[in-house]
Write a protein that binds this ligand. Structure first.
Ligand code: DHB
Length: 457
């Protein structure tokens, strides 16, 4: 009996190592012990697995690989932070964790980290630009599939993937969260030789996502029209945004009221006011010149009666409440901090967006307006998470952390507001803010981010 068992075991292990040899997507990487010294002097030890190919039909040997990092004491249940370094819709290489961002912090918090490379608008091999949209996104989806395909053989849980990215990377994170398992992407992933596995994720962290690209110009002019030298030129685009908002069918998550072009401005203002309010509550001071108005709330003094003696309260007993913002005054401040983009902000042939919708010879392409080929329309559709959030054929991440800095003008506030609102309207858990005084950045306030990550696990 014992001999039979040992023989069966030998046959089984020979079979699985043969499978590893014949299956190019099996996880066979050799780990290397590494260390990262954190700013507080603490040392994190981890195992690094690098240069892993996540598709079988590799078109780009530089970018189509992923790195995987496992801290000491990780188990099969440990969450995985999947951080993309995509910026400007360009290619991003698979990197190593950094003390300065969420990857180093994740290792210190005991999370596994995956840093996939992906192609982008500037990546070419043999003179052919293979990273035009949606190929960078497909690479990232293929990386998620790889993790799930090999879940039993790798530390960490592919059911607990948290994607993280900034700007165009924030858009990629949103797309990973919103479009997973959708049949639209299936034939493209099959052609690349992605692992036959599902590609949904548990949570998406999106810092200033440059997304909803086909509506980004109209949203930009709608918001900033009065800051333009020629407001009339901006008005036509702004009117398109009115129609877009009316068609989106969003509701105010606080009271369920439909959002329309008539009340949308007030809705947007609530997020800016909440941003200023939080800043004041943390002890900050908002200069009067920024357009916010405050009410001084004085809790009643015990024994005080109308007409009675006036009592002066200590400053600590008063709270200032933001009651309004003059949006034009505030937007003028945003535009002073960083001059606005030109018109159109996105669909101009020098933009990273026109480049990513370009062709394999690197000719940029317009991606809005009439006269787009069927193929291009489809590619634009595949790159917009808004198209998939309410689609039952997509597996949308249940948890979202979205941040768009309150002085970030790389895209307009409504882009993130709409993304967050649509997710809230469809029942997802969304932590969304316009953090005070934050420019176009990501991976800030990591205490807050990791508190949130732990809270959803
Ligand atoms: C990024 C910034 C932009 O302003 C833009 O249009 C696209 C991408 C970025 O930082 O990734």
């Amino acid at each position: 009996m014992r001999r039979f068992f040992l023989m069966a075991l030998a046959v089984f292990s020979a079979m699985s190592s043969a499978q590893a040899k014949t299956d190019p997507l099996a996880f066979t990487a050799q780990g290397r012990q590494m260390e990262l010294e954190l700013p507080d002097g603490q040392t994190v030890r981890y195992t690094a697995y690098t240069g892993i190919r996540y598709v079988t039909n590799v078109e780009d040997t530089t970018y189509q690989t992923l790195n995987f990092f496992v801290p000491e004491r990780a188990t099969q249940q440990t969450p995985i932070l999947l951080r993309t370094y995509v910026g400007g819709y360009m290619a991003a290489e698979a990197r190593h964790p950094s003390v300065g961002d969420a990857t180093g912090r994740a290792l210190a918090e005991g999370l596994c980290v995956c840093i996939p490379g992906s192609r982008g608008n500037n990546s070419a091999q043999g003179g052919r630009y293979t990273g035009k949209a949606p190929n960078g996104l497909l690479d990232l989806k293929a990386a998620v599939r790889y993790l799930r395909y090999n879940d039993k053989h790798m530390a960490g849980s592919a059911e607990r993937i948290v994607t993280d990215g900034t700007s165009a990377g924030g858009a990629m994170s949103a797309l990973l969260g919103a479009t997973a398992n959708h049949p639209d992407y299936e034939p493209l992933l099959a052609r690349m030789g992605a692992a036959k596995a599902r590609d949904h994720v548990y949570a998406s962290v999106c810092y200033c996502p440059i997304t909803d690209l086909d509506h980004a110009d109209m949203a930009y002019e709608w918001l900033y029209q009065n800051q333009r030298k020629d407001p009339e030129a901006a008005r036509a685009a702004a009117r398109s945004f009115d129609r877009y908002i009316d068609g989106l069918g969003l509701r105010n998550p606080r009271n369920g009221e439909p959002l329309t072009h008539e009340n949308y401005m007030d809705y947007l203002k609530t997020y800016l006011m909440a941003s200023a309010q939080r800043f004041v509550e943390e002890g900050g001071e908002v200069p009067d010149s920024l357009g916010f108005s405050f009410a001084l709330y004085m809790p009643p003094t015990p024994g005080q009666r109308p007409g009675g003696p006036r009592r002066i309260r200590a400053k600590a007993q008063r709270t200032e409440t933001v009651v309004d913002v003059d949006l034009e005054v505030y937007l003028a401040y945003v535009a002073v901090r960083t001059p606005l983009k030109g018109i159109p902000a996105f669909d101009n042939l020098d933009s990273p967006e026109c480049s990513v919708f370009g062709d394999e010879e690197d000719n940029p392409a317009h991606f809005t307006g009439s006269g787009l080929s069927q193929d291009l329309q489809h590619r634009v559709r595949l790159m917009n998470p808004m198209n998939y959030i309410a689609d039952p054929k997509a597996t949308v991440a249940p948890h979202w952390y979205i941040r768009h800095g309150a002085v970030d003008r790389d895209t307009s506030f409504p882009i993130s507001v709409n993304l967050a609102t649509k997710l809230m309207n469809t029942g997802r858990n969304v932590d969304f803010r316009l953090p005070w005084n934050r420019p176009h950045r990501g991976d800030y306030n990591l205490d807050d981010l990791f508190r949130w990550i732990h809270s959803i696990m």
